[in-house]
Design a protein around this ligand. Structure first.
Ligand SMILES: CCC(=O)NCCS(=O)(=O)O
Length: 349
């Protein structure tokens, strides 16, 4: 038991879990993603550097990581504020903001957005993938990393007194690097001290989520309070999905709104459509996992904002939840996925 037990921690302070409402468990409101720039396809240099115009928007949807400007979501605070107001009107209550060290977390901006819009915002502690680890981070022991993560939750992060309410997204690559393994062990140690929620970004390989769970478990982590993100681009075979689900983590489909032909981080992967994501949710519900599913959009580039013709943070509430009802998922099950499961995950033990 700690002073946080039974509560959720937002950037504005502690909250009764019953006040969360509909929750997107994996979004970014301000961040940079330059670490993951991908050179444009041959012949597309000009469009990749062109200003944002309506005629370039389809190209950006297909090549979101090949425009340097598109990777600077941090420049869109005003647009994000408008989006959050719309999210509230659409019935949204809470957003878990997964930006960790390495992709430019901005806690004062998150606090201001929460004050301005009334949306509960929960910030993430810890470190993103290895390519963003500083030399200093790479040299840290598990004990030092644990102290940092615990402090970000108990005292505040980035030199502020603004406290994180979840560990993650903790970044892992494939194969998982030594530095990432130390961060995972520190995550498990911090979680066992604090009883807090954890969220993981797995590498792009079907066995990556299982390997992360193994490392967390060995270090004393609580898998039942851990979300495995990005399953929509990681595990495609339903048999493998069920094997992973048996390990007991929350199962997150969080790329709703992302539809692209060539997934540049792994051209072997066919990014599913939103309809295929809903089919996967329907399958998991039928298999009895309605208490373990959470969903989100993971907005991390500018083109996905409504300002630029994108789907915005309300796409799930406006379009996906109604679609779920037409595919064998009941209103009660939708409410579990959007309200009850996030609430249980986010509440400190
Ligand atoms: C920082 C946002 C993030 O990591 N999103 C995941 C993108 S992908 O690995 O699923 O392509």
């Amino acid at each position: 038991m700690t002073a946080l037990s039974g509560k959720v921690q937002t950037v504005l302070g502690l909250l009764d879990p019953a006040q969360l409402g509909r929750t997107m468990t994996h979004e970014h409101l301000t961040m940079t993603f330059e670490c993951c720039y991908v050179p444009p396809p041959t012949g597309d240099d000009a469009v990749s550097e062109a200003p944002f115009e309506m005629r370039n928007m389809h190209w950006l949807r297909q090549n979101p990581y090949s425009s340097q400007e598109n990777l600077l979501l941090c420049q869109e605070i005003e647009a994000v504020r408008d989006e959050l107001q719309y999210y509230r009107q659409a019935g949204g209550g809470t957003i878990v903001e997964n930006t960790t060290t390495g992709i430019t977390r901005n806690l004062p901006s998150l606090k201001q957005l929460a004050k301005d819009t009334g949306v509960n915002i929960i910030a993430g502690a810890g470190f993103y993938v290895d390519v963003t680890h500083s030399d200093e981070t790479r040299k840290m022991t598990v004990e030092k990393l644990t102290d940092i993560i615990v402090s970000e939750i108990l005292h505040g992060a980035d030199g502020t007194d603004i406290r994180c309410g979840v560990i993650g997204e903790i970044g892992t690559s494939w194969p998982i690097t030594e530095s990432e393994k130390r961060v995972l062990r520190a995550t498990a140690h911090a979680q066992s001290q604090l009883g807090c929620p954890v969220i993981i970004h797995p590498g792009r390989h079907t066995t990556a989520p299982t390997e992360v769970v193994r490392i967390l478990q060995e270090a004393g982590g609580d898998i039942s309070k851990t979300v495995m993100s990005h399953l929509d681009r990681t595990i495609f075979d339903y048999g493998e999905l069920l094997e992973f689900a048996k390990l007991g983590s929350y199962l997150e489909y969080d790329l709703f709104g992302t539809e692209m032909l060539d997934y540049p981080f792994d051209l072997e992967i066919d990014m599913p459509s939103d309809s295929q994501r809903v089919q996967a949710l329907s399958f998991l519900v039928k298999e009895g996992y309605e208490d373990r599913i959470v969903i989100a959009h993971d907005i991390h580039t500018k083109n996905r904002l409504t300002k630029y013709g994108g789907h915005g943070y309300s796409h799930i509430l406006k379009n996906i939840a109604p679609k779920m009802l037409t595919r064998g998922i009941s209103q009660g099950q939708v409410d579990k996925i959007l309200i009850h499961n996030p609430k249980h995950w986010l509440t400190f033990k």
